[in-house]
Design a binder for this molecule. Structure first.
Ligand SMILES: Nc1ncnc2c1ncn2[C@@H]1O[C@H](COP(=O)(O)OP(=O)(O)OP(=O)(O)O)[C@@H](O)[C@H]1O
Ligand SMILES: [Mg+2]
Length: 548
């Protein structure tokens, strides 16, 4: 046996993270050529938006996808963000798991520090070409230009070329990658990703040149930058034993009590003492002396202590108004409504759900509705059925809101729903950040938001349906008026003309009513002031529906 173990020992060695992802590129969104094109653009654009917002700059982003034939594409993404300092450029682009966002408990698009270097690795694997990066941090600095490869064995950058350049721009980053990919329009394309990005980032201007050399401009709808989210400390209820162990190992606090108050949110001296008491540990205990058994006691003490929920002002939603504005900009419909829920918490992590709906217009009426999913202002285009947003839409009975729905299926009708989750740490089901995990707290919030918007939708749809039915009745009535007038006149011995006149008066009244309600191209939402008349008619219809 020992011989086999010796043999095995010869083969056992460390696996570099880059080698791991080289083999498992599907985990990072590179499972096929079409998706690869989207993922590369997405990683670069998400980073550009994050960087601009952090630097409080209104983003101007240009995306160019050039078809080089034979399934090869050149992708050039340029931003007007703060740029990246020279010494960090090689690591940012050619070292996996290197970034500024992983350790910060702060809402952002990026999380892991793997996105853009994975794109560089994919380019290298499929075309062998280095990534070409230009970065400038101010008008007083030259632009730094690098050509980079990623050494997968070491997970470290290899500088192929390095020079300074003149670049007219004051500051920003430009990335150029050659990749093997395919381009196809449609639901999961770069075009859709950019269109949806424009919906949830109304403060950004994006200029896109497609592989067909068409230029699309998504202009900003507001000059207001989103509020800067601030960083928070972890909440004790969201920390598992392994992480607690690491925190205790690296802390600079001298006592357990100061460790708890310094490194967690919502733990003041009294709560810290209470945790220690419930854990049967001494508050003066040194963190470095703590053994595994003590840590287990500490975890138990946390569970037994009532700790205030984490602060929620660290989560920055888009806002119902702006989300709706974004949807209006890209989807022509008759009726829009939106809601932003109050913040809530999953596993010690704060989050906010918001929803916007667009109903009617040119959207297909006989097909399933469209669900647009977003997390921290990033469109999620893959893994729809694995996503909490999709599950929430499915979990609602849409019939009372005026839509057709077979059991267990998406409803059908001319409806687009945008579901946005904003969180310090959106729980994705994989590193490719494609679907939101099914935390019951998140699903519950999504359902409540959907129902809130659904009720308003129902009011509108039912009103429209009634007006249509009324129209049908009027049509029939109109056809028979002369006949009815003649017969009644004969029976009653009255003048036919007089009867005809009063019947037509009645008809005119009905028509007036229909004209007012049918296909009304109005926007009713809680943010815009409705006129009083409309309020009254909505109420009347609601009452009529209740009486049905
Ligand atoms: N266009 C840019 N402008 C300024 N800084 C950037 C830009 N792109 C990337 N960075 C910096 O490089 C880091 C690494 O980017 P990368 O996309 O690899 O990871 P991330 O965005 O932190 O997380 P994720 O893996 O989830 O995308 C970022 O954290 C950011 O600090
Ligand atoms: Mg990123």
């Amino acid at each position: 046996m020992s011989v086999i173990a010796e043999e095995l020992a010869k083969k056992q060695r460390e696996v570099s993270v880059a080698e791991f992802f080289e083999r498992n590129r599907h985990l990072l969104g590179f499972d096929n050529k079409r998706k690869a094109l989207l993922t590369v653009v997405k990683e670069a654009v998400d980073n550009a938006l994050d960087a601009c917002e952090e630097a409080r700059i209104l983003p101007d982003i240009s995306v160019e996808v050039i078809d080089m034939t034979n399934d090869r594409f050149r992708i050039i993404v340029e931003d007007n963000g703060p740029g990246i300092v020279k010494k960090n450029i090689p690591n940012v682009f050619a070292k996996l798991l290197y970034g500024s966002k992983f350790h910060a408990m702060k809402q952002s698009r990026g999380q892991q520090g793997i996105g853009i270097s994975a794109a560089v690795l994919y380019a290298q694997l499929t075309t062998g070409r280095p990534a070409k990066i230009t970065s400038k941090i101010s008008k007083d600095h030259p632009a730094e230009y690098f050509e980079l490869h990623l050494d997968t064995q070491k997970n470290a950058p290899e500088i192929v070329k390095e020079e300074q350049k003149v670049w007219k721009k004051e500051h920003g980053v430009k990335i150029e990658l050659d990749i093997s990919a395919t381009y196809q329009k449609g639901d999961q394309s770069v075009d859709t990703y950019l269109k949806e990005t424009a919906i949830v980032n109304p403060h950004a201007t994006i200029i896109y040149t497609s592989p067909k050399a068409e230029q699309l401009v998504f202009p900003r709808a507001t000059d207001k930058l989103p509020i800067q989210p601030h960083e928070i400390k972890p909440h004790p209820e969201g920390v598992e034993l392994g992480r607690m162990q690491k925190m205790l190992k690296f802390t600079e606090s001298r006592t357990l009590q100061s460790f708890l108050t310094n490194e967690f949110s919502r733990v003041g001296p009294n709560t810290a003492k209470e945790i220690c008491q419930n854990a049967t540990l001494l508050p003066q205990m040194k963190p470095s002396d703590m053994q595994l058994a003590d840590m287990e006691k500490l975890m138990d003490g946390i569970t037994k202590t009532k700790i205030m929920a984490p602060p929620t002002d660290c989560v920055v939603p888009i806002g119902a108004d702006l989300l709706e504005k974004g949807l209006k900009k890209e989807i022509a419909a008759e009726f829009y409504t939106s809601v932003t829920r109050s913040p809530s918490v999953y596993r010690g992590t704060p989050f906010v759900v918001e929803i916007a709906l667009a109903y009617g217009g040119a959207q297909p009426a006989d097909q399933s509705i469209t669900v647009l999913r977003f997390a921290n202002r990033v469109p999620l285009l893959y893994q729809q059925s694995a996503c909490a947003s999709f599950k929430s839409v499915l979990g609602i009975n849409w019939k009372p809101y005026g839509l057709q729905q077979s059991q267990g299926a998406l409803p059908s009708g001319p409806l687009t729903i945008a579901v946005h989750l904003a969180s310090v740490w959106p729980p994705f089901t994989s590193e490719a950040k494609e679907a939101i995990a099914h935390y019951p707290e998140i699903v519950k919030e999504m359902k409540l938001a959907l129902q809130e918007c659904g009720r308003k939708l129902g009011l509108y749809v039912n009103k429209k349906r009634r007006a249509q039915e009324e129209q049908e009745r009027v049509n029939i009535f109109e056809v028979y008026i002369p006949e009815v007038a003649a017969s009644v006149a004969e029976l009653a011995g009255e003048k036919k003309e007089k009867l005809l006149e009063s019947l037509q008066k009645m008809l005119a009244k009905n028509k007036e009513f229909i004209a007012k309600h049918k296909g009304q191209e109005v926007t009713e939402n809680k943010h815009e002031k409705k006129d009083a008349e409309d309020q009254v008619s909505l109420k009347r219809f609601a009452e009529r529906d209740d009486n049905d």
